[in-house]
Design a protein around this ligand. Structure first.
Ligand SMILES: [Zn+2]
Length: 123
């Protein structure tokens, strides 16, 4: 898994994965349903387009779910790490020297543009 807890911009990637996942899942499901209807409605041989929509829609839907899983598993792993490894977390915090978030007080990496915790823009 490419997601490593505790690093700056991870929250942005998570958000991107969640948005991407929702979009792909909805789009994939819509195409998939259309493919099934087209497939079932065919009187003779189903058109190749409906087969492509059926399989492609399912595939896109699956990829969307995978993105959602990555987005939320990352959050769960980060939460778990924060709960079970406070010493490691504190050590990482000491190594960081970046700005504190003005909204939630989270310390972020020096080159971070957005808060790792709440996503606010860092001044
Ligand atoms: Zn913040």
């Amino acid at each position: 898994m490419a997601v490593t807890p505790g690093f700056a911009r991870q929250a942005q990637y998570r958000t991107a994965f969640r948005v991407l996942g929702v979009v792909l899942a909805i789009a994939g499901l819509a195409v998939f349903v259309w493919g099934i209807k087209s497939f079932m409605g065919a009187t003779d041989m189903p058109s190749s387009l409906s087969v492509v929509a059926f399989l492609g829609g399912f595939l896109v839907f699956g990829i969307g779910l995978m993105c959602l899983q990555i987005g939320f598993v990352g959050a769960a792993a980060r939460y778990g790490a924060g709960e079970t490894m406070p010493v490691v977390k504190d050590s990482l915090d000491y190594l960081k020297s970046g700005p504190f978030c003005s909204k939630c007080g989270e310390r972020n990496d020096a080159d971070a543009k957005f808060c790792d915790s709440c996503g606010a823009t860092l001044g």
